[in-house]
Design a protein around this ligand. Structure first.
Ligand code: AMP
Length: 208
């Protein structure tokens, strides 16, 4: 299954892609994670992406498209994959169409107010786990590995609003793009638990 997870920052793409990865044995390809890993390693790609990421802007299409095109040739992608955070523009979607046939696009729908609250409250661990301050009850360390949690730079302050604006301007048009291709399924996440949303996603995937 070749899947795209679409949705605003904080809608739950990463959380659910991680679960689908485990249950359906598909690689989870997050362009944001790839950029952050490159940044940590100080690679030229990471350094080029940094300025855009810090401001909550999109990294230029050319950089992302080449990266994903290459990643999808790896052997682990032979039976499919979950794309999380790509495509984010019509240009990226058109490029993807030129080298891949996508089976389904899962669109996680969540209202703006909840998105801002979720992203501002998101806390990360270097092991990959993510939490929300509202559910941490004052704890500051990771339940899985005990390390200190931190907040992503771009989850802070005004950058969250910029990212939501960028999403609405550049990425939301992909909803119509994939709906027209009959590939899109909306999953309403408002007022739903993680388990309820995940069950709805699995119901859709099991139809493919
Ligand atoms: P994410 O972890 O998906 O929220 O991505 C973090 C940041 O990485 C974004 O705000 C962008 O600056 C950059 N980024 C990730 N994926 C893309 C993409 N497909 N196109 C452009 N920029 C991206």
């Amino acid at each position: 299954m070749k899947l795209i997870f679409l949705g605003a920052p904080g809608a739950g793409k990463g959380t659910h892609a991680t679960k689908v990865k485990a249950d359906y044995a598909l690689p989870h390809i997050s362009t944001g994670d790839i950029f952050r890993a490159n940044l940590k390693e100080g690679t030229p790609l990471g350094l080029k992406a940094k300025g855009y990421m810090d401001k909550g802007e999109l990294v230029p299409d050319e950089l992302v498209i080449d990266l994903v095109k290459d990643r999808l040739t790896w052997p682990d992608c032979q039976n499919g994959y979950i794309l999380d955070g790509f495509p984010r523009t019509i240009k990226q979607a058109e490029a993807l169409d030129s080298f891949q046939d996508i089976d389904a696009v899962i669109n996680l729908v969540l209202d703006d107010e909840t998105i801002i609250r979720r992203v501002s409250g998101r806390r990360m661990c270097s092991c990959g786990a993510t939490y929300n301050v509202e559910l941490l009850g004052g704890k500051t360390t990771c339940e899985k590995c005990g390390k200190e949690l931190y907040q992503r730079e771009d989850d802070k302050g005004d950058t969250v609003r910029t990212r939501l604006e960028v999403y609405n301007r550049d990425t939301a048009p992909l909803i119509a793009y994939y709906r027209n291709k009959n590939l899109l399924t909306d999953i309403d996440c408002n007022g739903k638990s993680i388990d309820e949303v995940y069950q709805a996603i699995c119901n859709e995937l099991d139809k493919i």
